[in-house]
Design a binder for this molecule. Structure first.
Ligand code: FAD
Length: 559
């Protein structure tokens, strides 16, 4: 029986200490923190883990230099310290990156003022990163010839951090860590309603959205980590709160790489807000926008696309302006911004000035926790705060204080890279890859990457790139099928990997090896899952090009 099916049965049979509803970053860290400290945890998401807001961010781990302008010094310091903590705990997946900022002559501040601001930012962040630098227009032209300098007064360069893979992969690794620590976890399970039973526990009626099966999940405490859906879920469960969300829509466009350097090109867009070109694997990600929205799920509107294209074309020297034809993929999400329910007028209306802080509201009498707002950057604080609140609710954490996050100990890393060197693994790196194979496998799978090395030693074809045009090797597909709860093809293409962000859908569809990947992931359901994603059946040629029979899997079963 596969990991997910087995988890569904356990969700229906057991009584948990805590049920976490929502598997975005806030739900994932809650589950990871609680399960590692000994609580019996269940985690469900109505779609895939990180399938909503947490797959649509700018992938930045940052203190939010822009909030200095609104004098939110405490928030900036807190976020800078969270960034530093993530940089220390995840040296492979969270890395320092330079923000190469160009200022127009007409910008509201002179560059010297901004330069002083970046030094203040550096100090407020405990001087943890490389120091800022003042840039003249000539420096910008020399170091980033793609940036237009004719209207520029120069600029500044300073440091923050980014997620080297992508946000959704980062979130999934917390979900995986929760599973490793005994949490029972399932994607595509929607909470329909929850109520307290006579014995003082929660009974949540949930539905497996892939089959329609109804489940009853029982838990002593309930955490609502539904992101933009927090208010809707609280209303269903008759939970009153003092806070609520308002939404700000942000989009990003993925295009072929605009600069060979691995820096974030930073500008101020026509609306005065920060605007970025961010490296994402071998491509560039441009954004973002900040527009009030009330609809869920949000959609990219033509004016959003035009705003991003106009702003980037004005600021870069490109052989020809970027147009819609250059867009490989789009990202669109809403920032769930927390406001007091009593807020009126300016506070609930002027969303660009609203704080990006998080707020955790607890109904102690009913053992219910709602997580509002927040950022990926703040995730370790959310995990710690949730664990403290759950303990206060009287749920024992027998291993309280256990370090629930971070990459494995340095000895495990040393052994992995030693084994990889002995096998000459990096000689097998795909020409499409921007980094050695060993570096990528370690960052994505941490200690589980050792198992991949074993698989490759047993069968060297496991190191072959499977889906042509991408860097993913056959062994990773087997790993994903076994351990990453891939329920739909989109889960793999968009979230566990970033294939759907860096290649056009038509190219992915026709890529040799894609159908073999579907067979590894879904066995006899391969054609059905292919059709669910692409909207039509795979061609005969595609099917016959994947004649290699999948190696039988040893399924993982939760404890
Ligand atoms: C454009 C944009 C750029 C951003 N950039 C950054 C950045 O660079 N750095 C940064 O730190 N932060 C950034 N953020 C903020 C960050 O992405 C969000 O704050 C964070 O992802 C919110 O996570 P969450 O877990 O609260 O919500 P979500 O990720 O939305 O997770 C909520 C989950 O709950 C599930 N759910 C809802 N209802 C139910 C139900 N009834 N039953 C079961 N499951 C349910 C949903 O399917 C969803 O997966 C950005 C946000 C946006 C929109």
């Amino acid at each position: 029986m596969k990991l997910r099916e087995s988890s569904l049965d356990k969700l229906d049979q057991r009584v948990f200490d805590v049920l976490v509803i929502g598997g975005g970053i806030n739900g994932a860290v809650s589950a990871a923190a609680l399960s590692a400290q000994g609580a019996k945890v269940a985690l469900i998401d109505k779609a895939d883990f990180a399938g909503f807001t947490s797959q649509e961010s700018s992938n930045l781990v940052w203190g939010g230099i822009k909030y200095l302008e609104t004098f939110e010094f405490r928030l900036v310091r807190k976020l800078c310290l969270s960034r530093n903590r993530l940089l220390t705990a995840y040296p492979a997946s969270v890395r320092e990156i330079r923000f190469f900022t160009t200022l127009a002559r007409s910008f509201r501040w002179p560059r010297l003022m901004l330069w002083l601001g970046t030094w203040f930012y550096w100090l407020i962040g405990n001087c943890f990163t490389r120091t800022p630098r003042l840039l003249s227009p000539a420096d910008i032209g020399r170091e980033e010839p793609v940036v237009r300098t004719d209207e520029s007064q120069g600029g500044v360069e300073y440091s923050d951090a980014y997620l080297v893979d992508n946000d959704a992969r980062f979130v999934f690794n917390f979900v995986r860590s929760a599973i490793n620590h005994g949490a029972i976890v399932a994607n595509y399970v929607e909470s329909l309603a929850a109520e307290r039973d006579g014995g003082g526990s929660w009974r949540c009626t949930a539905r497996d959205t892939t089959t329609g099966r109804t489940l009853t999940i029982r838990a002593r405490a309930l955490i609502n980590a539904c992101g933009p859906y927090v208010d809707a879920n609280n209303a269903k469960n008759a939970i009153q709160t003092q806070h609520k969300h308002v939404f700000s829509r942000g989009i990003h466009l993925l295009v072929d790489r605009l600069t060979p350097s691995r820096r974030v090109l930073t500008f101020f867009a026509d609306d005065g807000r920060l605007f970025f070109v961010i490296p994402l694997g071998p491509k560039s990600c441009i954004g973002t926008t900040d527009t009030r929205d009330e609809q869920l799920p949000p959609h990219v509107r033509p004016e959003d696309r035009q705003f991003v294209l106009d702003n980037i074309n004005k600021r870069l020297n490109l052989p020809r302006p970027l147009s819609e034809r250059d867009i490989l993929a789009e990202r669109c999400g809403v920032r769930p911004l927390v406001v007091a329910k009593s807020a009126t007028g300016k506070q609930s209306g002027d969303w660009t000035a609203l704080s990006r802080k998080h707020e955790i509201e607890v109904d102690r009498g009913r053992a219910h926790i709602s997580v509002f707002g927040g950022k990926l950057t703040d995730c370790l604080n959310v995990g710690d705060e949730i664990a403290a609140i759950v303990a206060e609710l009287g749920i024992a954490l027998p291993f309280a204080g256990y370090r629930w996050y971070g990459e494995p100990a340095p000895e495990v890393r040393t052994d992995f890279f030693h084994q990889a060197r002995l096998m000459d693994l990096d000689a097998l790196t795909s020409p499409e890859s921007s980094e050695p194979l060993s570096t990528r496998l370690w960052r994505r799978y941490a200690e589980s990457a050792l198992r991949l090395l074993e698989d490759i030693r047993a069968d060297p074809t496991m190191a072959e790139v499977l889906i042509h045009g991408t860097e993913y090797i056959r062994g990773e597909l087997y790993h994903a099928a076994r351990r990453e709860m891939i329920t739909k093809l989109d889960d793999f293409l968009r979230r566990r990997s970033k294939i759907a962000l860096i290649a056009r859908t038509e190219a992915i569809r026709e890529a040799p090896g894609l159908f073999e990947a579907c067979r590894i992931l879904f066995g006899e359901q391969a054609a059905q899952k292919f059709e669910e994603y692409f909207g039509s059946r795979p061609s005969r040629e595609l099917i016959s090009s994947s004649l290699r029979p999948p190696v039988p899997l040893t399924d993982e079963v939760p404890p």
